[in-house]
Design a protein around this ligand. Structure first.
Ligand SMILES: C[S@@+](CC[C@H](N)C(=O)[O-])C[C@H]1O[C@@H](n2cnc3c(N)ncnc32)[C@H](O)[C@@H]1O
Length: 299
């Protein structure tokens, strides 16, 4: 099966681990429920009759809603996108707008960033003056450093320009996303996980997959996650288990000398599957500096 890459290129997404995760998912899913859907790598590659997708990140969910609204109108979407790329005079290899040779010669490793930076900062100012302009936000994500959604304390998008381009990988990911959303029945929500999980009436063939922030690894969205969140989530999962709702949760039990004792202790009640993660220690591949798991309450 061809795996679909999310067009949000979300930091910490589950794309590389998908084959192992999907192998462990139930085969018959009525409603697929994701309280921490992020860029959507997992739901895009899961078969179900319906999808309930949530994330606390307002702009991430707004982008999902905005881009998926074009799934029956892809030509308009790409026409708008190209119109804005041309308006700001950004480079875009997917439409043959390449960085001029003199930039490539002068800035051998940073020519995309050097060429696009003035246009990018103009686009960033325009978005910060009108935060409903989601197509600008998507382009800021694509041309931004490490492709992240990052806002300062005043609520302004503040990611610097990246050394990247709108290339065929982005175009293909958008095509795949729009085609997939055309066939899926999805609903997006923007709540804290507890409100989202508690608002659903579950049936026995529904399935919840959870990929929460990890207590012991560093990432922009992990900074807000603390022991209270972790305990609140694990208690909720015990409640769901008592109601015979199927779930599987990803987590990291050990990472760079940090141990998540709370999660490890809790997981002993369920089926723990070891996942081969990306964080192999290349100096000594017999020893991993991270232990990633998928914990399921079914066989
Ligand atoms: C590890 S990421 C999920 C990545 C996703 N599986 C993917 O493949 O793109 C964790 C997500 O949890 C979200 N999050 C953090 N705190 C949350 C909360 N209290 N309720 C719901 N979502 C939350 C973050 O915004 C982030 O998108």
């Amino acid at each position: 099966m061809k795996l679909i890459r999310s067009p949000f290129f979300y930091v910490g997404d589950k794309f590389k681990l998908l084959p192992q995760l999907l192998d462990n998912f139930p085969k018959d899913i009525n409603i697929f429920i994701e309280p921490f859907c992020g860029g959507g790598s997992v739901f895009l590659n899961t078969n179900a009759r319906e999808y309930l997708l949530n994330d606390i990140d307002y702009y991430m969910i707004s982008l999902h809603k905005y881009i998926s609204s074009f799934c029956n109108n892809k030509e308009d979407f790409f026409r708008n996108l190209i119109g804005i790329i041309n308006k700001y005079k950004l480079s875009a290899s997917f439409i043959g707008q390449l960085t001029p040779c003199e930039y490539k010669e002068r800035f051998k490793k940073t020519y995309y960033a050097e060429y696009n930076k003035n246009c990018y900062y103009r686009m960033r100012d325009d978005f910060n003056n009108d935060k409903n302009n989601l197509i600008l936000l998507y382009l800021l994500l694509i041309y931004g450093f490490n492709r992240m959604l990052r806002f300062n304390s005043k609520g302004e998008f503040n990611l610097p320009v990246g050394n990247v381009d709108f290339n065929y990988n982005v175009k293909n990911a958008l095509d795949d996303y729009l085609n997939s959303l055309e066939t899926k029945k999805v609903c997006f929500y923007n709540h804290d996980f507890e409100t989202f999980i508690c608002d659903i009436n579950y049936n026995e063939d529904d399935f919840i997959y959870l990929d929460p922030p990890y207590l012991i690894s560093s990432c922009e969205y992990n900074k807000m996650w603390n022991i209270n969140h972790e305990e609140r989530l694990l208690n909720l999962l015990d409640d769901l288990n008592n109601k015979n709702v199927r779930f599987a949760i990803s987590n990291v039990i050990y990472h760079r000398n940090n141990h998540n004792d709370i999660f490890e202790e809790w997981s002993k009640k369920y089926n723990v599957v070891n996942i081969k993660s990306n964080y192999i220690n290349y100096h000594d591949n017999t020893e991993k500096n991270s232990v990633e798991v998928l914990v399921k309450n079914y066989n």
